[in-house]
Write a protein that binds this ligand. Structure first.
Ligand code: F0G
Length: 432
């Protein structure tokens, strides 16, 4: 098998060795795909094999990414795999959230059940594996928090040295704490995500450090297994819609690529429609798809959902390709809509971080405008764990959560703790 990195620009399509250390096409600067060759075994055989691997105690079978390794042909030897048993995230029915969105039913695929609490682990196991395969010693990323937490963990597990660059004061403490605990050298830069990404690209080139941001094609390979696992869990019944939040747009690119490959290889006979939801203050892709024309970055992105506070998403050309291929849509939601949707997801006993709640907020709007039908079969992907950003939660429930423009958000579904005296009668009276 002769796998290659392929430039996605239709006018270029240059090809490079799969082991070249490249993030963009040296000829035209386009994004690169890891090439794919359909597995030799039939879909029926592989569906059976993948199901059987769930019974196995081998680490690469227990991983919800490498279990599907026939779809990740870039690492044929299996010798370099770095796994923390990522993936294996549940599909959770959420009737209360469905009702809130105006749907008959809704299922969340909760990526917050991953080892470091976000979907980044699905991609990072592949990114770290490729770093090992290439013999790299240092890895770096810029991050709004989850990528850095994940990269730090996988680098530590693999014995690589992680270097992390984050926007000073703009990531949640839960995520920063993870990076510190996993031993990453952490630089808090006085700039926003987009500016730091440009900086880190220069440093990676100059110092020979392997870059593990989502334009790294191998991260995208790993994240595509989120869709493979979802379909495996649904006995290969294709949903009508898959809804996800959009920041740097790596995840939608990965989902779309994985779904197209599954269709082309005969695992499924149609694609679900992809719906990407952005925060209104950081919504360049929403504006681009709505207005057409040139892609215009948002210079000063704002949102309390810091994970998706990105104004110049690098993967927009890939995301555009996947929205077109799947007849997808892009929606944007306000800070209040995100905050309320998040509380409703909490009321389902599920919970998630703010960026993830953009899915339910977006679905509610897409339902109201008739884009999504009431009886549609919908899977929404919750990207991060509820404990990633406890400060946001406490502020919302106690009525002191302020939007970036300074206005106080309504605590619509607020649930503030109550201070009581040490007095059984008084407490009993209050409980009622
Ligand atoms: N949800 C969460 C919880 C995230 O952390 C991110 C991205 C997204 C959604 C958006 O995904 O970028 O693939 O469109 N977080 C990145 C990070 C940027 O650095 O952790 P995307």
């Amino acid at each position: 098998m002769n796998l290659e990195l392929i430039c996605i620009n239709p006018a270029c399509r240059a090809r490079y060795a799969i082991t070249d250390v490249l993030y963009n096409c040296p000829r035209c600067d386009g994004l690169l795909d890891a090439g794919f060759v359909a597995p030799a075994a039939s879909p029926a055989e592989l569906k059976k094999t993948w199901r059987e691997r769930r019974m196995s105690n081998r680490p690469i079978d227990q991983s919800g990414v490498w279990r599907y390794r026939e779809m990740l042909p870039f690492e044929e030897s299996g010798l370099h795999i770095v796994t923390l048993r990522e993936g294996n995230t549940p599909l959770l029915p959420a009737p209360r959230a469905a009702e809130y969105a105006g749907l008959d039913a809704l299922t969340f695929k909760h990526q917050g059940f991953n080892p470091t609490g976000s979907f980044k682990d699905n991609g990072m196991t592949c990114g770290a594996t490729q770093a090992m395969r290439l013999g790299m010693t240092r890895v770096a990323c810029v991050s709004t928090g989850n990528t850095s937490a994940s990269m730090a963990a996988y680098a530590a597990a693999a014995g690589l040295h992680p270097l992390i660059f984050i926007p000073n004061g703009n990531i949640s403490y839960g995520k920063l704490a993870q990076a510190l605990e996993y031993g990453a050298r952490t630089f808090q830069v006085e700039a926003n995500f987009d500016q730091i990404l440009a900086l880190v690209r220069v440093l990676a080139e100059r110092l020979g450090i392997y870059l593990l941001n989502s334009m790294n094609p191998f991260r995208v390979e790993g994240q595509k297994t989120i869709m493979i696992e979802m379909l495996d869990q649904r006995d290969w019944v294709v949903p009508d819609w898959v809804v996800l939040p959009g920041g740097n747009l790596g995840n939608v690119s990965a989902f779309g690529k994985g779904l197209r490959e599954l269709r082309d290889a005969g695992f499924i006979d149609r694609l679900p429609r992809l719906a990407v939801v952005q925060a209104a203050g950081s919504a360049p892709f929403y504006a681009f798809v709505r207005d057409g024309g040139e892609f215009r970055a948002v210079l000063h992105p704002e949102t309390l959902a810091t994970a998706i506070k990105i104004g110049d998403p690098v993967s927009w050309p890939k995301a555009k390709r996947e929205i077109e291929a799947s007849d997808g849509v892009v929606e944007c939601v306000s800070e209040q809509e995100i905050a309320d949707a998040k509380a409703v997801i909490g009321q389902c006993g599920i919970g998630c971080e703010p960026a993830s709640a953009a899915t339910l907020a977006g679905l509610r709007k897409l339902r109201a405008s008739g884009v999504v039908a009431k009886n549609a079969d919908v899977v929404a992907v919750l990207t991060g764990n509820v404990l990633k950003d406890p400060d946001y939660i406490y502020r919302y429930h106690t009525g002191v959560l302020d939007a970036p423009d300074g206005h106080r958000l309504k605590s619509t579904f607020g649930n503030a703790p109550v201070v009581v005296p040490n007095d059984a009668d008084e407490i009993a009276r209050r409980i009622g």
